[in-house]
Design a protein around this ligand. Structure first.
Ligand code: MTE
Ligand code: MO
Length: 199
């Protein structure tokens, strides 16, 4: 029944949601990587949060897998103008990872295996807005999409969602990442179309 009435309306109801300015909707899942896909053995994978005082908190693969998991369904928006609705992921909330971390920082610089970095305000990683995800659409995250683990910050342009994530540095003063350093925005809110520095 739902399919018949949806058919009469001509398109699935999810496409009635607004898109951020300048974006178009895509059904496929483009791969955008600034370099080669690194090979990462989960046995040797770890994730480390480093505070502004140099205090490290690390999780091995096994420790990460034992954390409480969530299954967010979210819309994603790439600065190259594609958006994808209702993507489903599985992973650990940054609230869980940062709960025991003592910091006065306002900024975060995310680091990936392979050398990619991206910066964002620390508050954009908190309050149910960001996850470290290991699955996409019910399957293990494919290496080209950031497996074994990527950051997911869907309310910001997708370049902030670092693939092959290995750690986050918490900073009192902002340090720019790979794209921000060549002119992309430090915050990157798609609804405010913050594509480039100065937007
Ligand atoms: N480590 C790493 N993470 C990255 C990138 C990258 O080049 N390296 N590209 C970013 C950009 S610009 C986008 S749009 C998304 C693309 O993710 P996808 O390839 O899974 O679509 O990853 C982001 N995370
Ligand atoms: Mo992107």
């Amino acid at each position: 029944m739902a399919i018949v009435s949806r058919g009469f309306r001509g398109r699935p109801s999810s496409e009635d949601k607004p898109l951020p300015p300048g974006q178009y909707l895509t059904q496929d899942f483009p791969v955008l990587s600034a370099g080669p896909t690194p090979k990462i053995d989960p046995e040797r994978w770890s994730f480390t949060v480093t505070t502004e005082t140099g205090e490290d908190t690390s999780w091995s693969w096994r420790e990460f897998q034992a954390l409480p998991m969530e299954t967010p369904t979210v819309d994603i928006h790439c600065v190259t103008k594609w958006s994808k609705f209702d993507t489903t992921w599985r992973g650990v909330s940054l609230d869980t990872l940062l709960a025991g971390v003592d910091t006065a920082a306002d900024h975060a610089l995310v680091h990936s295996y392979g050398g990619y970095t991206t910066n964002l305000p620390l508050e954009d990683l908190l309050d149910g807005q960001a996850w470290l995800v290991h699955s996409y659409d019910g399957e293990e995250l494919h290496p080209e999409h950031g497996g074994p683990v990527r950051l997911l910050v869907p309310h910001l342009y997708f370049w902030k969602s670092a693939k092959w994530v290995r750690g986050i540095r918490l900073l009192l003063e902002e340090e720019q990442g790979f794209w921000e350093n060549v002119g992309y925005h430090d915050h990157g809110d798609p609804w405010r179309e913050q594509r480039y520095q100065g937007d």
